[in-house]
Ligand binder design. Structure first.
Ligand SMILES: Cc1cc2nc3c(=O)[nH]c(=O)nc-3n(C[C@H](O)[C@H](O)[C@H](O)COP(=O)(O)O)c2cc1C
Length: 326
């Protein structure tokens, strides 16, 4: 079903990649996605390399899907990068990077350890640079996306430019929250879709219930592209629930709450306009924190197991594409 160059290259049954989402892309989410045939991603930036090895060693094997590691170079000390990439690439099927210029050295490190290299990009030029750097596949991210947004134009326009410019498999990201949108990017020539927001509303993400409730009640028009939540990561625009931006603007104090590192359990303070993941260990005024959400939020109607999300999206896309071809 829905076999593409991506599914063949990565060894997945379904052309869906779950986005690495920082503290919300827990190994249990990646496992649920891989069990359903998708590519489950774990964000490993800022995680101790030994812990990365341990985490991947304990993942189940021989699943219909595969596992990958997601790295945002901005959050890795340069002297820790080789060990971080080596730990991830030794065990993950794919290691991908986001939010910096494609770097042939990093791609080389991934290949040395036997994994596939991927870059999430936001423009045609960046896609060409990723292919030139040696990436085996590329994710093209449109401005509809939730979380930090590299794309400056809508996904369909970006996909068209990127697909005309590179030969490696390309996934579309941004605003894809149901089978209809998955079918649309496949029909446009993409080899799969990367999905973020929809998986936040799964029990496996560990997202804070108030955040999930906000996603369930929101539509695409309730998200906003902004650079307001800049503390901890400057010059990186993002898309959040509009309600969270308004609540942060109206919040009377600087201290908004406290988070907990999901791997070490260490607490950290959260201030107003800080860029942060909001999970079950987060306390305080959650509604005024950075509640990342893509325009795909229109596809979030309830909390649903991640495996069901993968199957539902794949089946709906399959049906629509068959109807279209008939
Ligand atoms: C809660 C959340 C956290 C995210 N964190 C990351 C991250 O750590 N690394 C990354 O490469 N992309 C991250 N992204 C962006 C995704 O890779 C992807 O581009 C986006 O989710 C696609 O749009 P969608 O949310 O509409 O599906 C995040 C997105 C969300 C919603």
């Amino acid at each position: 079903m829905l076999s593409t160059r991506f599914t063949e290259l990565v060894g997945c049954e379904v052309p869906i990649q779950q986005a690495g989402m920082g503290s919300l892309s827990h190994p249990r989410l990646a496992t649920a996605v891989a069990e359903a045939g998708g590519l489950g991603m774990i964000s490993v930036y800022g995680v101790d390399p030994e812990m990365i090895s341990d985490m991947f060693e304990h993942l189940p094997r021989n699943l219909p899907g595969a596992f990958g590691a997601n790295i945002i170079p901005h959050f890795v000390e340069p002297d820790m990068m080789p060990a971080t990439v080596a730990a991830a690439a030794s065990q993950a099927r794919i290691v991908e990077f986001f939010y910096s210029d494609p770097d042939p050295e990093l791609v080389g490190l991934v290949h040395e350890r036997g994994a596939l290299a991927c870059w999430q990009v936001g423009s045609r030029d960046e896609a060409i640079a990723a292919q030139t750097a040696g990436c085996d596949l590329i994710v093209a991210q449109g401005i509809e996306a939730g979380g930090h947004v590299r794309g400056r134009i809508s996904l369909l326009a970006l996909l068209t430019e990127v697909l005309e410019s590179v030969d490696v498999p390309v996934l579309g990201a941004g605003g894809i929250g149901n089978g209809r949108a998955l079918a649309a990017v496949l029909a446009a020539g993409a080899d799969g879709a990367r999905v973020g927001t929809r998986f936040v509303a799964s029990p496996e993400s560990g997202a804070h219930p108030a955040y999930v409730q906000g996603l369930i009640t929101a539509n695409a028009a309730d998200t906003v592209y902004t650079d307001a939540f800049h503390i901890g990561w400057e010059d990186a625009p993002h898309r959040v629930l509009r309600s969270s931006l308004e609540a942060a603007e109206a919040f009377p104090e600087e201290a908004v709450g406290e988070g907990t590192n999901i791997y070490t359990g260490n607490p950290y303070p959260i201030v107003r306009f800080q860029s942060t993941g909001t999970h079950q260990g987060t306390t305080g005024a959650v509604e005024a924190m950075s509640l990342w959400a893509g325009e795909s939020v229109s596809g979030v109607h309830r909390v649903q197991p991640a495996g069901d999300i993968v199957r539902e999206m794949a089946e709906e896309a399959d049906l629509l594409l068959k109807r279209w071809c008939a």
